[in-house]
Design a protein around this ligand. Structure first.
Ligand code: TEU
Length: 547
């Protein structure tokens, strides 16, 4: 496996709307991010992934782009963006931009033209079909549902046809079968690359190839042709981080996207482990998750991609609830310990760890009292649909509190002052009320904080290549619902990670023989390190040994 900077990187994801507001309008912005460049440098991250900052009417907070070459006015100007790039590069931090090319906004100039008639120059830029009913308007072309509730089709009287939108109505899907569309995308990518960006995070990139009969849209028939073409046209010859967001991909499929000889992508964001608490009804049908299942999935990815391709490591992002609330324990007693334990897992597996803003503080889920307190289009569409079906607000709130995307999108906590120091105005989304306790200023002043533990993990990664590259993943106590114990090897050394996912002491008895050769403690989340019984783990304890 070749060595590259992006395999050794630790990426920090910024959701610009919620990171730092410099001008008091309640919305985070680019100048705000630049003002925190020292904070990022202090943490030690080596790359930043910016969620979209392009011109957008914000139906989906920037994931609906109306102009790929302009900056969203809420966030500032192109000059602000250039200043941010310089601020990051000046500190040795690379910048990865979000690339959202499965769809645009319906306010993009291409769509404004496309919706007008069936024969203009942009007529085939999107996916248009006739309806199935007696009149075109009667029934949509097929029964695909949108990820944001309802049909994935919308009727457009201007053309007497329907257009496909896998996400919101205001996010029409581009027609990648049209070579002109592909050319426009590659051209736009070169525009940003020439400005000095270090890579792209590609939104739902495995959905861009739809077969003409519209039977599939994930991992469709021409997906690999398109990505190889994109690589030749825009990426080749540059040293970039590319990560494809790929729901519905298993390790075998992933190795087609990221195989070292495939010339497609550098790594994937796979979703399998995000499904551990999903019942048959999908995302909102929340069921309790089991550690054995999580281990099965993570272990499978560790083993099956090893030596074949690269993976990303994450437990939360702007679409997922806060990891300490979902996989750890966000009670006052265990929040810090369990956040560190989860971080230890993410930073001791093969792959590139992604830190989502606030994760390094152990930020938690939020529980707004009313559905109307939520801004996310997914939550709004789904709850409108479910209320109409007769479900109660209380019942819906329960799922939203657990799984809603706004859990991750409440503004970042900088200090204990008004609005956590995020804005001098009124924040666009409510704050999590626990910011007086959980905030960056406090965490930076406390050597025992989650923040300082992340700093140590990141520093270790820079010092020991085994953290990024170690392979031959093996596990012990696979059947345990509390202990996660695994090892990796690299160039003659061995790394052993022991994690306790429970709030009780756990015996490691069965592993005694392995523990005898465990080496020296590299990091642990209890101050006295090895001070106690080497044959058991304390609540949410994490220890990493190097031999
Ligand atoms: O997400 C696509 C995706 O597959 C999911 O993460 C999805 O948004 C969510 O889980 C719904 O259940 C990407 C972006 O990350 C997301 O923010 C956008 O809303 C979406 O694409 C559309 O651009």
């Amino acid at each position: 496996m070749t060595k590259t900077w992006w395999k050794e990187a630790v990426v920090y994801q910024i959701y610009p709307r919620s990171f730092m507001d410099s001008n008091g309008d309640g919305v985070g912005d680019l100048a705000g991010i630049a003002s925190k460049a020292d904070y990022l440098a202090e943490l030690g991250v080596t790359a930043v992934w910016l969620s979209p900052v392009y011109a957008s009417p914000n139906a989906d907070n920037g994931y609906d782009i109306s102009d790929y070459r302009a900056i969203m006015s809420d966030f500032g100007t192109m000059a602000d963006w250039e200043d941010l790039l310089a601020a990051l590069h000046g500190r040795g931090i690379r910048l990865v931009m979000d690339l959202v090319v499965n769809h645009t906004s319906d306010e993009h100039a291409w769509f404004i033209e496309s919706r007008k008639s069936k024969d203009g120059p942009y007529a085939d830029y999107y996916i248009w079909r006739n309806g199935r009913g007696g009149t075109c308007e009667e029934a949509p072309p097929n029964d695909w549902g949108s990820w944001f509730s309802g049909s994935a089709w919308k009727y457009e009287s201007g053309r007497d046809q329907w257009y496909l939108h896998l996400f919101a109505e205001k996010q029409p899907d581009l027609n990648w079968e049209n070579p002109k569309v592909r050319g426009e995308v590659y051209d736009m990518m070169r525009f940003w690359l020439d400005k000095g960006v270090d890579g792209f995070r590609m939104d739902v990139i495995n959905m861009i190839s739809k077969d003409p009969a519209l039977t599939v849209y994930m991992n469709g028939p021409r997906i690999h042709d398109f990505l190889q073409e994109m690589n030749r046209e825009a990426l080749a010859g540059r040293d970039l981080l590319t990560v494809g967001e790929t729901p519905g991909v298993d390790p075998a499929l992933a190795s087609l996207y990221v195989g070292e000889d495939r010339r497609e992508l550098g790594m994937v964001f796979q979703f399998e482990h995000m499904g551990v608490d999903e019942g048959k009804g999908g995302k909102w049908d929340v069921v309790p998750w089991k550690l054995t299942r999580l281990k099965e999935i993570l272990g499978k990815w560790q083993r099956e991609l090893d030596g074949r391709g690269w993976n990303s490591l994450y437990l939360n992002n702007h679409d997922q609830p806060r990891m300490v609330s979902r996989f750890g324990n966000d009670s006052p007693q265990w929040r810090v310990k369990s956040a560190k334990m989860l971080a230890t897992m993410l930073h001791t597996m093969q792959g590139t760890p992604y830190i989502y803003q606030g994760e390094e503080l152990g930020m938690t889920n939020v529980r707004f009292p009313k559905l109307s307190d939520y801004e996310d289009i997914e939550i709004r569409n789904w709850s409108r649909e479910q209320l109409a079906l007769g479900r109660s607000e209380a019942e819906l709130l329960k799922a939203v509190h657990y799984r809603g995307r706004d859990n991750a999108r409440t503004p970042m906590h900088w200090n204990a002052g008004p609005n956590a120091g995020f804005t001098a105005g009124k924040p666009w989304l409510g704050m999590n009320p626990n910011y007086p306790e959980i905030n960056a200023e406090r965490a930076m002043a406390d050597p025992d904080s989650v923040f300082h533990y992340y700093k140590r993990l990141i520093a270790l990664r820079k010092e020991y290549p085994i953290l990024a590259y170690g392979g031959r993943f093996r596990e012990w106590m696979a059947e345990s619902e509390a202990v996660y114990a695994y090892g990796r090897e690299f160039e003659g050394s061995r790394l052993l990670t022991l994690l306790n996912f429970s709030d009780r002491d756990q015996s490691l008895g069965e592993m005694a023989s392995t523990l005898a050769k465990r080496g020296r403690l590299l990091i642990g989340n209890y101050a006295d390190g090895e001070g106690t019984d080497p044959e058991s783990l304390r609540p949410y304890e994490a220890r990493v040994y190097l031999a």
